[in-house]
Design a protein around this ligand. Sequence first.
Ligand SMILES: [Zn+2]
Length: 209
Amino acid sequence: LSVIDDLTSELARLPGIGRKTALRLTYHLLKRPPEEIKRLARALEGVADRVHACSRCGNLTENDPCAFCASPRRDASLICVVEEAADIGAIERTGEYRGLYHVLGGRLSPLEGIGPDELNVAALLTRVRTVEQVSQDSALAHAIARVTEVIIATNPSVEGEATATFLQRQLQPLGVRITRLARGIPVGGDLEYVDGVTLAQALSGRREI
Ligand SMILES: [Zn+2]
């Protein structure tokens, strides 16, 4: 196999990139200056060497603990559970959340052979069980503060819902408040065209105005 074929096969493994797009990207790269290709290679090498999961929350980070877990400005009594590290960015962009996160690393999917053991669940239960202690180190005090609420922010898909139900059952005996992101009609949406499940969820999640 030539190095060109090699690159094409590697690119074709990326999500959403078929053989044809991989080939187009390969020939695009081949036309760029060698220095630019090497910069891309160095960036890939950098993430491969330095990025890993935060030992506390599972977020992808260069530092352990990650910036959220290490920040004394975050509210450690709140944990928002997401499927993937990439979901954190979406929640951060709202500017509405000041708590910590927990990344599952996927969602329950029996068809793909993903069960509870494949997800970062045990660490979540440990975090919730951890009782408040007095710490001399104020920077670490938040890390051992008691968790009072877990917000389950898995995707509103069949697997995401199954994962949320599973987590709820695991967390309930721990006496923590468990909430789920409200779902409903998208902004700019038209009631007439909203699907039945979404409308039913919007109705059951209605609130006082
Ligand atoms: Zn973390």
